[in-house]
Structure formats: structure tokens, C-alpha cells
Write a protein that binds this ligand. Structure first.
Ligand SMILES: Nc1ncnc2c1ncn2[C@@H]1O[C@H](COP(=O)(O)OP(=O)(O)OP(=O)(O)O)[C@@H](O)[C@H]1O
Length: 341
């Protein structure tokens, strides 16, 4: 296959606040702003950032659970917005989602067998025997006993319920799984088991993951590449090791400094950075991080920094640490006391 499995181009989602009276423009929540990234087959891209930065909205846009205000999502080069009936069904088989809360995302009235075979039965009729065999196989894949297929979600532990959610996602042999805070509701030791299960499944089945988390310990354990979001935008995108070893964006640096968790057994420390996240309704001008940034200069207050490639092959949006060549002269001018135009 040539090209990435998933390509996201300039994805934007604004939620209007109320309806416009007499066509008056209404204020919007800028949940996702001009987000672009790609995911290769078999790769794990983690999206990390503080609460409210737009991570879950990206997940919902990828799954077409909400419509974008702008931008495109391409699977194997095909724009999913243009897919009609059959192609849309085929695409839905390839992308599955695992949710944060294994308690509320599983139907409490269905047995484990019904829960995990339901996605397949949306596409084809299964005999009792086929359903049984499929459920047993999927349960084994996620490290559960086939006998558990007769249990209701309330008869399973939190970790088992999340395994069930993963088995359900695996049932259609997806190429890509979007996992939104998939281990956040679990105890630390169970988190590690589920993360290791996902890594094993990835190795065996070549599944790609978009893994959304606010927990840097989790991210460091499983990511190949990491996209750091701040107030709806990606501010840094880098290979995992490089990001943790030498963050470029001051926000990434602050996140990592606030949660120094290189040891995967300490998965629970949460990222916090000094100061409040500004409102996505009225974000700061220029770089949205400038009110909290120790490096901010006048240019940061006036111009949104573009996401540019740095010498070591990552992307960063920072006037100070990753100046775009065409604005480098502008920056030098402002640093040397010149007026920002
Ligand atoms: N359906 C909606 N209607 C209006 N605003 C929304 C909606 N969904 C999300 N938002 C807003 O969009 C912004 C991004 O929310 P989102 O849930 O994507 O962030 P997040 O990074 O996933 O946060 P968390 O980690 O707390 O889930 C927030 O300001 C949120 O209040």
C-alpha cells in the first residue's frame, strides 16, 4: 500500500453557541483548529493535551460521529465525506472505536457473546454455532475465558469489561482503532495489562491506533509518535522517544516537566501546567499558549506560529523554538528591539 492509512488535512470543528438572530454571526467554541496528521498502517499515534484541548473532538471527527466545519479525513487516500452507502459500510468495518468508560459503553442487558458479535451481525447473519465460535475466538484474543461469553457486563471486572470493548472493536478485523482515554477509568495495574494487550494485538494483527490520552505515562509506554494539542491545535508532533528526550515546544516541555514518568509502572501521574487554559470561545491572539509561556515575545502575541519541520524531523509550532524560515527575519527584528508590524 502506498501512502498513509489515515490522513487528516486541516481538520476544524467549531461548535456554535446558540443560533444567530437575523443572520447575526454567533460566537463559536473553537474545539479543533486546522489539525493535520497522518497514521501509517500498524502505527500508534498518541494525541495528548490538557482537558478541553480538543482530543475527543478529533476522535469523533475521525469516526464521523460529528461533521467537520472544515478539512478532510482520508482513509487510504479516499475522503470519507464523499463515501456513499456501500463504501461507507466498508469503511466503517475498517475503523473501530474503544471508549473510555467500559461501564457505560457496553449494553448492560446483553451477554458478552452478544456484545462482541453485534458489529459482525450488523453486516452478516450468523448461526448460533458461528456466533459462539466467533465470541470464543475473540475472548481468547483479549485474554478471557470463552466461558465468560454468557456473562453480563455487571458480572465482569472493570478490566474485563474493557477487554470486552476491545474484543468488540476487533470483531470486524479493523485496520485502525481509535481509543479515547481507553485506560483512564482503570486501576494502574489493570491499565498496564490493557496497554500490553493492545501492544500484543498490534504486533499480531498489524492494527494502527490513534490513542487519545491526557496521561503522559501511558503515552510514553505505547506511542510511536505523539501529537501534542493545545486549545484545538497541534503544537508539536514528534517520534515518542525524541519528544520525551527533548521537547521543542514550551508547552510540551511544561507537560513533561509536570509529569516525569519514564517508568511505565507509574502510569497515573497527570499532566498539569501552571496557569489556566484560555477559553476556546475567545482564544488569545497569536500563539494561544503565549499567556502561559515563559519564552513569549511580541511576535507570539500577534501571529499564530505555523507548524514547521525542525532539523530533527519533527513538527513544532513555536516562533521561538521552531521559527519558520520566512518569518525568521521578522523574529530577529522583534528580538533586537524592532517594532512588530
Ligand atoms: N458537542 C459539543 N458542543 C459544544 N461544545 C463542545 C462539544 N463537544 C466538545 N465541546 C467543547 O470543545 C472543546 C474541546 O472538547 P473535547 O472534549 O474535544 O476536549 P478533550 O481534550 O477531549 O477534553 P477531555 O480530556 O476533558 O475529554 C471544549 O471546550 C468542549 O467544551
Amino acid at each position: 500500500m502506498s501512502g498513509p492509512l489515515l490522513k487528516v488535512e486541516n481538520l476544524t470543528k467549531h461548535y456554535p453557541l446558540g443560533t444567530g438572530f437575523l443572520k447575526k454571526t454567533v460566537p463559536v467554541i473553537r474545539a479543533v483548529e486546522d489539525v493535520s496528521f497522518s497514521v501509517e498502517a500498524g502505527e500508534t499515534l498518541c494525541i495528548v493535551g490538557e482537558s478541553g484541548c480538543g482530543k475527543s473532538t478529533v476522535a469523533r471527527l475521525l469516526m464521523r460521529l460529528v461533521e467537520p466545519t472544515g478539512g478532510r479525513v482520508l482513509i487510504d487516500g479516499t475522503d470519507i465525506a464523499g463515501l456513499k452507502k456501500d463504501a461507507l459500510r466498508a469503511w466503517r468495518r475498517r475503523m473501530q472505536m474503544v471508549f473510555q468508560d467500559p461501564y457505560s459503553s457496553l449494553n448492560p442487558r446483553l451477554t458478552a457473546e452478544r456484545i462482541i458479535t453485534e458489529p459482525v451481525e450488523n453486516f452478516e447473519r450468523l448461526s448460533r454455532k458461528q456466533r459462539h465460535a466467533l465470541a470464543a475466538d475473540l475472548l481468547r484474543k483479549v485474554g478471557m475465558w470463552p466461558e465468560m461469553m454468557h456473562r453480563l457486563p455487571s458480572e465482569l471486572s472493570g478490566g474485563q469489561r474493557q477487554r470486552l470493548g476491545i474484543a468488540r472493536a476487533l470483531s470486524l478485523n479493523p485496520s485502525l482503532i481509535i481509543a479515547d482515554e481507553a485506560v483512564s477509568a482503570l486501576d494502574v495495574s489493570v491499565q498496564a495489562q490493557i496497554l500490553n494487550l493492545l501492544l500484543d494485538l498490534q504486533q499480531q494483527m498489524g492494527i494502527a491506533f490513534v490513542f487519545i490520552s491526557h496521561d503522559l505515562g501511558v503515552v510514553e509506554h505505547i506511542a510511536h509518535r505523539v501529537a501534542v494539542m493545545y486549545l484545538g491545535r497541534i503544537v508539536e508532533l514528534a517520534p515518542c522517544e525524541a519528544l520525551f528526550a527533548k521537547p521543542v515546544h514550551p508547552y510540551t516541555e511544561a507537560l513533561i516537566a509536570a509529569a516525569p514518568v519514564p517508568d511505565p509502572t507509574h502510569l497515573r501521574l497527570e499532566a498539569t501546567v501552571e496557569g489556566e487554559v484560555p477559553s476556546p470561545i475567545n482564544p488569545p491572539t497569536g500563539c494561544a499558549f503565549h499567556p502561559r509561556c515563559p519564552l513569549a515575545v511580541e511576535l507570539c502575541r500577534t501571529d499564530v506560529p505555523p507548524l514547521v519541520s525542525t532539523a530533527d524531523g519533527r513538527l513544532a509550532a513555536c516562533h521561538m523554538r521552531a521559527p519558520a524560515t520566512d518569518i525568521a527575519a521578522h523574529l530577529e527584528h522583534s528580538l533586537t528591539g524592532g517594532q512588530v508590524s
